[in-house]
Ligand binder design. Structure first.
Ligand SMILES: [Zn+2]
Length: 182
């Protein structure tokens, strides 16, 4: 879903596999939980729509979009686009398709290596950006500058971790494109 035509197709596709409303399709164990996210068996934030309906046309399209896009755009942009598209397509599940819930699914529930690796690189890059601010300190009185050895070591360690992630080959991972058929 890299261009407007794809997004339009995603939004307006209405084939045989179009998702029925959740109340008609939820598994038995979920039949009350979806209607009542406050059920004691579910986390306070409610069930995950993308997990609940995994395997349906909309969730399959969403998974494909996440895997194809996660290494090309920011996670926030991805979440915004996906949450918006799914909310338009499934207004009946609006409360379960917030950016926070979609983001939690991508960050915490998905195990696809491309997604996991991309999130780790994003997180380490953010840490790296913060650390570099601490590597050189300046005395407010004398304006003399000094290298903060501890911060510099941490920065280099994070840089090494990022480099190590880039050396990972997906085919050697437990979850990969072959084992996950994606
Ligand atoms: Zn989920």
């Amino acid at each position: 879903m890299q261009n407007s035509d794809d997004i339009d197709e995603f939004l307006h596709s209405d084939d045989e596999e179009h998702l029925p409303r959740p109340e008609n399709t939820v598994p038995e164990r979920m039949d009350t939980d979806v209607a009542n996210p406050a059920s004691p068996d579910e986390p306070a934030e409610g069930p995950c729509w993308l997990c609940t309906f995994h395997g349906n046309k909309s969730t399959e399209d969403a998974v494909r979009f996440i895997i194809d896009s996660v290494s090309h755009i920011s996670l926030d942009s991805l979440v915004h686009e996906l949450s918006t598209c799914l909310s338009i397509k499934h207004p009946e599940a609006l409360a379960l398709l917030t950016k926070e819930k979609v983001k939690r699914h991508i960050r915490e529930h998905m195990l696809h290596p491309r997604v996991k690796m991309a999130i780790q690189v994003h997180d380490l890059s953010t840490l790296q950006k913060n650390l570099i601010q601490c590597c050189v300190t300046e005395d407010p009185d004398t304006q003399s500058r000094a290298v903060n050895i501890q911060a510099t070591r941490a920065y280099l360690s994070v840089a090494n971790q990022i480099a190590a992630l880039y050396k990972n080959t997906e085919d050697k991972m437990l979850f990969n494109a072959v084992t996950m058929n994606k």
